[in-house]
Each structure stands twice: as structure tokens, then as C-alpha cells.
Write a protein that binds this ligand. Structure first.
Ligand SMILES: [Zn+2]
Length: 312
């Protein structure tokens, strides 16, 4: 669904859960916010310097999860699945209070966050939403990973991953974030390999990890009872991560992303490159709506000839 106007949530909502990496329980309270405020994390366990903007420039670590940090070294980690839920619901402005350094992992996907946000619902604000409209192809490589973004009338993600492990193997999926049913995307869980679990725990991460919040793969099998939630759960989770990480741009995109073997780090390096070196290849636009014979036509503000969506 294309949103014309900015949104926030209707009323505050709170929940708690365990952090995947810290293993600590934290309480999160999401509050409505005004136009053009963006998404702001607030560490309520600290008395000062406790605001952290959900901005790609504040990403200081992308090792196994996305960590944001303000200039006072105050951090909040594992933000990507909550950000993906906000992005999917078109919520541009909210304050996210958390009493710890990590956002709870919940079930390892964005499902619980979407369920919670849907209970309170969204509220449309009076200011129009700005989209990043890609006008020229941009390509970015890092090690053996690659992201390309090209012009498109929607936000599409074409993701391919390639693992030696036969259970994951080579998975590919293409989704249209504004027009497809995203259930298989937002319910897909984070995953890891059994052989890596001990290594990850040794470096002090995944203390809260369990079969309740991650898909764990051994050589030839998925260890979780009930197996996978959908056939392409691995690549679908990577798509979800990309939605969350790209939302750290502060905007939704009109462009088609092709991503090979990407992850948190590649997405962040790509956004930095986009804003630092490729300003001539995209523009910020607002959308217009015109109703004609019960058909809603959505078009660009700067070019009304280009109709981008027609909904009955
Ligand atoms: Zn993830």
C-alpha cells in the first residue's frame, strides 16, 4: 500500500521481551510522535543524553544485528525487526522508549511487533510523506556481496542468498513491498547454524538465543519443532532485515533493489554511499492522489504523467 501522508501510531503501546544478544529482559513503550520527527529511540534507564535517532549514520555495528549509537556512546541494538514492522505499516514518526540496551527479539521475526502495532492502529498526519525515488541505477559491491538499485514504480526487493549448507542452499525471492501480501516476509525468523552458536556465545552474543526466537540449523536438519514457517524462510528473513535496515535512511524507497548475499553491513554501507556519492541519482518526492470514476490514481508530485499505481 502506498501512503500519501505521514503516519504515527494512535496511542502508546508497551510490551516486554528478552534480548537475543544480551539475554536481558527489556520493556519497550512506543509513543505517538509529530510530523517530521522520524523514529527516535529513548533509553529510559538513563537520565541524560538518552535519545538515539534511527538513522543510518548512527549505525556503529552490524555484526549479527544492527546497533545504533548517539554521540554520547549511548546504544540500542537489534533494532532492525521493529524498524521493518514500522516501515511495513508506513509509520514514519514514533518514540520508542526502552529500558535497556537491546530491543527484544520476540519470536525472531517482525510478527509480534506488527501484531502489537496493529492493536493500537495508525494515525495519518497532515504532512505528506517523502519518498526516495531512484532515477538512475546505482551499484555497490563489498567483498563477494552486491546491491544494485534501479528505478521502479514501487519498492521491490529481489534477494538471493547462497550458503554451502544444503538446508539453506541457494534461495531467491522477489517481493513488491507496497503491493504484495508480506505475511511470509514479516513472519520469517532469524536463523543460525548450530556449529556457530557456541562461537557466537563465546564472543558474548546470542545469550538470549533459543529455539523460541531463531531457526537453528544443523548439518541436515532444522532443529525447531514444526520446521520452517514457509518454504523460503531464510531469504524472506534477509528481505525483512533489508526493509528494516533501509528504513534507517529515514524514508521509504521507490526503486528495485537487487541484493546478492547481503546483510546488515552491506545495507548500511550502501546507504552511506547513496547519500554521500550518489545524490544525482535520486530525488525526494511526494505522491498525489486523484479520484476518477471510483479509481484512485497515485502519481508523482513532480511528474503527474507517471502514474505509479491504480487501485480499484
Ligand atoms: Zn534479522
Amino acid at each position: 500500500m502506498f501512503n500519501i501522508f505521514q503516519k504515527t501510531i494512535n496511542k502508546p503501546v508497551s510490551f516486554e521481551g528478552i534480548g537475543l544478544h544480551t539475554g536481558k529482559t527489556s520493556t519497550v513503550k512506543i509513543l505517538p510522535s509529530a510530523e517530521n520527527q522520524g523514529i527516535i529511540f529513548k533509553r529510559v534507564d538513563l537520565k541524560e543524553n538518552n535519545l538515539i535517532d534511527a538513522k543510518y549514520t548512527n549505525v556503529t555495528s552490524s555484526n549479527l544485528c544492527t546497533t545504533l549509537e548517539n554521540k554520547f556512546q549511548v546504544k540500542v541494538s537489534t533494532v532492525e525487526h521493529l524498524l521493518a514492522a514500522l516501515s511495513i505499516l508506513g509509520i514514519d514518526n514514533a518514540i520508542i522508549e526502552v529500558n535497556n540496551e537491546e530491543i527484544p527479539i520476540m519470536d525472531g521475526s517482525s510478527k509480534n511487533f506488527l501484531d502489537i502495532l496493529k492493536i493500537v492502529g495508525t494515525k495519518e498526519l497532515k504532512t505528506k510523506k517523502k519518498y526516495i525515488k531512484i532515477n538512475k541505477e546505482i551499484n555497490f559491491n563489498y567483498e563477494d556481496k552486491e546491491i544494485t538499485i534501479e528505478p521502479s514504480s514501487s519498492f521491490k526487493i529481489d534477494f538471493e542468498l547462497n550458503y554451502e549448507n544444503k538446508i539453506v542452499g541457494n534461495q531467491k525471492n522477489l517481493v513488491d513491498i507496497f503491493n504484495d501480501n508480506l505475511e511470509n516476509i514479516y513472519t520469517s525468523r532469524t536463523f543460525c547454524f548450530l556449529e556457530d552458536v557456541e562461537k557466537i556465545k563465546k564472543i558474548g552474543l546470542a545469550k538470549g538465543g533459543s529455539l523460541e526466537n531463531a531457526v537453528v540449523i544443523s548439518d541436515k536438519t532444522v532443529l525447531n519443532k514444526g520446521g520452517l514457517r514457509n518454504e523460503k524462510e531464510f531469504v524472506n528473513h534477509k528481505i525483512l532485515d533489508l526493509v528494516g535496515d533501509f528504513f534507517l535512511s529515514g524514508y521509504n524507497f521507490l526503486g528495485k533493489v537487487k541484493c546478492l548475499k547481503g546483510g546488515h553491513k552491506l545495507s548500511n554501507l550502501f546507504l552511506r554511499q547513496l547519500f554521500e556519492k550518489n545524490n544525482d541519482k535520486f530525488e525526494f518526492i511526494e505522491l498525489n492522489v486523484k479520484k476518477e470514476d471510483n479509481i484512485t490514481k497515485v502519481s508523482y508530485k513532480k511528474n503527474n504523467i507517471t502514474s505509479i499505481a491504480v487501485n480499484a
